[in-house]
Design a binder for this molecule. Structure first.
Ligand SMILES: O=C(O)C(=O)C[C@]1(C(=O)O)C=C[C@@H](O)C=C1
Length: 360
């Protein structure tokens, strides 16, 4: 290797970094002024529509070699850091710290936001409703296990709105204080993690006892206290508790992803790439579901999910949960919803929100 050549190239990178740093701080100063204006006019600091415009523009301008996905991550981090400078966002999530919900919240709001772990999903709803926190992050669906029914049920009694979605790949790690797998006598894990890594466990640790614990975070904590044990846990918990990774990605299904919702008090304006989530009930008669879906079919509105849920107040009656492409305040979705309102017994719009980058 030519050492001089490497040195010269690194000098060039240093100079560019200095320029990037200057530009980032110039950008932050301007965004700070935008924040002051927003504060004066009582506007939300988080503006997904504007962020969407920025991402679209960057994609158009990009001539490579950096891929759009990498640029999205970089600009997402710049914008979240700026937002925190304008106003620290208070985000509640299903705790404890270092769980997948925590990771999802960080993924969306960036590391600099203020995060508050709460004991239950219900607490997240309540505290955001009371205005204790700006937003809450709750799991709504897993690609293998399906819908988190409890979250949907809580929405039925809540005035909160869905303000966004976050997709998080669920990667399980086996971690321990020891570096040697043969020293392990016990494995701590959350029951869901055990279920999702069952084949892997029976293949690699058929004789080792698995003790189920309340969270992936607690599993890591227990493994930290007992050097002869390991935990199935998250990357964030491994960092927090200083464990060693013995094996990564031990989940039986490679595409295990959880979808989270961001819940908040305000409805969002259309961004041009939105989803609407809603729940409706229909009369108990032939063709009722067909009639309910017709307004969407006639307008070429894409329904991305349709699921029935038992109506808790009335045995053997059902609610329908729908995700569709488009925003509820814009045609054609607006017109379809007006028509649906006339036919169905009950209609609740949970929110219209920007599609996550992963979905586009
Ligand atoms: O343009 C705004 O409204 C800003 O507050 C600036 C900014 C940005 O950093 O570009 C920050 C937060 C908003 O969510 C959108 C954009």
């Amino acid at each position: 290797m030519n050492a001089q050549e490497l040195e010269n190239l690194r000098k060039k990178i240093d100079t560019l970094d200095e320029n990037i740093l200057k530009l980032l701080n110039q950008r932050a100063k301007i965004a700070f002024k935008v924040g002051a204006l927003k504060s004066k006019n009582n506007l939300s600091f988080w503006d997904p529509k504007r962020e969407q415009e920025i991402f679209n523009r960057i994609e158009k301008l990009n001539t490579g070699p950096l891929p759009n996905q990498a640029l999205f991550s970089i600009f997402h981090e710049i914008i979240t850091a700026t937002r925190e400078l304008q106003h620290p966002t208070k985000v509640a999530f299903l705790g404890p710290e270092t769980t997948f919900s925590h990771m999802a919240a960080i993924k969306h709001f960036g590391k600099t936001a203020l995060f508050y772990p709460l004991p239950t999903i219900k607490d997240v709803f309540w505290e955001v409703e009371k205005g204790q926190y700006d937003y809450g992050v709750v799991p709504v669906e897993n690609s293998i296990e399906g819908t988190v029914a409890y979250t949907l049920d809580l929405f039925m009694q809540s005035e909160l709105k869905v303000c966004g979605e976050i997709y998080l790949k669920i990667n399980h790690y086996l971690a321990s204080l020891t570096h040697k797998k043969e020293n392990i006598e016990k494995i701590y894990a959350h029951p869901q993690a055990v279920a999702q890594c069952r084949n892997w466990l029976s293949h690699h640790f058929p004789k080792i006892a698995v003790e189920e614990v309340r969270s992936t975070a607690l599993a890591a904590q227990k493994a930290k206290d007992d050097p002869k044990s390991a935990a199935i846990t998250t990357k964030l918990a491994i960092e927090k508790y200083g464990l060693n990774v013995l094996e990564k990605y031990i989940e039986d299904f490679a595409h295990n992803t959880t979808r989270f919702w961001i819940i908040g008090q305000t409805s969002l304006h259309p961004t041009g790439q939105d989803i609407t989530s809603l729940i409706f009930a229909i009369p108990d008669k032939p063709g009722a579901l067909y009639q309910a879906l017709k307004p969407f079919a006639e307008r070429q509105i894409n329904l991305t999910k349709l699921e029935s849920r038992p109506m808790k107040s009335l045995p053997w009656h059902y609610l329908f949960f729908v995700n569709l492409d488009g925003h509820c305040s814009e045609s054609p979705v607006k017109d379809a919803l007006n028509e649906l309102k006339k036919i169905c017994a009950h209609l609740k719009i949970l929110g219209s929100y920007p599609k996550a980058y992963e979905r586009k």
